[in-house]
Design a protein around this ligand. Structure first.
Ligand code: GLY
Length: 426
């Protein structure tokens, strides 16, 4: 099969590695990712103003199936244009991707179909209503832009927002920019991610993961795109009950079913960011793609052929026979110095051939050669350990750091015994 992959971050490197296990990779890249370039038969640069070039590239290379991966690109007309040109795609249309690109749409679907896990929320589009809302409500709230923010636009009272005044000011900034803002009741609890493949009717879940969004150790500092992530060997997490996981899976299934009823069939990967609270599972957000970094953990464990899954998504014949290895994984992202604040582009050297059965290294927003990369201001290298326990997987990442030299930042605490035991005690 000839497979077209659009996107070139760490998550897409993981997709690319799975594709080339059996099939031919053709890529459309947004940065000169040395791993994806190395794996590709041919590649072109992404140009959002020239989708005809992607169609031409697909036709010339007789593409059998395409996978459009990043959120920003799912928010364009590309999937629709590929479909119009009879190129099979295993990704959601722009309208279906609204489950991520419009938090207003996501809450609308959950409200309308009475899907469990919804959070009390309100859309506000003017200062008057905003002031009235805060005068009439005492609680703590999360202030969210409606659209995409790369994981960095949500601010929560008691975390990034010190008091009501700061919350109101931030909400006003969003109204000024976007015309409206989403205000949600603040929930507290343990967050976790569940990703699933769906062909619009059938859904197949991937292992449960947890993402560490905060910049600093001990889960402090500003939110980032994600500093690392874990999965555990029983494909759930040691601090979540079976009921919590089952409830979250049902929510994803209900969303797929409801979107179908709305004549907005979702084909591709759907990913729920959930929170286990005292009052049950709550939906923090729903995304229309693989998570980054959590998508890398689960793809590293995927035993089934990803291209068969893509073809089944496209043709509506997804089967519940997708297999994952029963192993724990810990991923830690190497990022440029100052990442999340004032990042500085830098160079890193990587020793040759450092991968083995228990350790993988994925290339993210970087360019250069496999052993000598130039970073951008975004995440650079995803290091992942694979073992029989989360702690061992974390140690595997740490012991491989000696093979990477240069100036970088990494959160060492992800997946350590101390961190996981503290969560189990909660
Ligand atoms: N794990 C964060 C994200 O993919 O949005």
């Amino acid at each position: 099969m000839n497979v077209l992959l659009i996107g070139s971050g760490g998550r897409e490197d993981a997709v690319a590695r799975k594709i080339v296990e059996k099939d031919n990779l053709y890529s459309v890249i947004t940065n000169e990712n040395p791993s994806i370039i190395d794996l590709s038969q041919e590649y072109i640069k992404y140009n959002e103003n020239n989708f005809n070039e992607i169609i031409k590239f697909s036709n010339e290379n007789k593409i059998d199936i395409a996978f459009v991966s990043p959120d920003e690109i799912l928010n364009t007309d590309l999937v629709n244009i590929l479909r119009e040109n009879h190129i099979p795609v295993a990704s959601p249309s722009k309208k279906a991707a609204m489950i991520e690109t419009s938090k207003e749409y996501m809450r609308y679907i959950m409200d309308k179909y009475k899907i469990k896990g919804n959070i009390e929320n309100k859309i506000i589009n003017n200062y008057d209503s905003l002031n009235k809302f805060f005068n009439g409500n005492d609680g703590e709230y999360a202030i969210k832009p409606i659209g995409l923010t790369g994981g960095k636009g949500v601010k929560v009272m008691g975390l990034q927002l010190k008091n009501r005044e700061e919350a109101i000011d931030y909400a006003k900034t969003i109204i000024n920019k976007d015309g409206k803002v989403l205000i949600e009741k603040r929930e507290t609890g343990e967050e976790f991610s569940i990703q699933a493949f769906s062909d619009g009717k059938n859904i197949v879940y991937m292992p449960v993961a947890q993402d560490y969004k905060r910049l600093y150790e001990g889960d402090n500092g500003p939110n980032t795109g994600g500093m690392g992530s874990i999965t555990d060997k029983n494909l759930s997490l040691p601090f979540l009950s079976d009921k919590t996981v089952e409830d979250a899976k049902k929510i994803l299934n209900d969303i797929i079913t409801s979107m179908r009823k709305e004549d907005n069939e979702f084909k591709g990967v759907i990913y729920g960011q959930f929170m286990a609270t005292e009052n049950g599972v709550k939906v923090i957000e729903i995304n229309s793609r693989l998570a980054d970094p959590e998508g890398i953990n689960v793809l590293t464990l995927l035993k089934s052929n990803i291209v068969d899954i893509f073809l089944d998504i496209y043709s509506g014949t997804l089967k519940n026979n997708i297999k994952f290895e029963n192993k724990s994984t810990v991923l830690k992202y190497i990022v440029p110095p100052g990442y999340g604040m004032e990042p500085v582009e830098t160079e890193l050297r990587i020793k040759d051939n450092i991968e083995n059965n228990n350790f993988k290294l994925y290339y993210a927003s970087v360019s250069g050669e496999l052993t000598k990369i130039k970073t951008t201001k975004s995440r650079s290298l995803a290091l992942i350990g694979i073992a029989d326990s989360i702690y061992e997987a974390s140690d595997i990442v740490e012991s491989n750091l000696k093979n990477i030299t240069g100036n970088y930042y990494i959160r060492h605490d992800i997946g350590t015994r101390n961190m996981i035991e503290n969560k189990i005690k909660l």
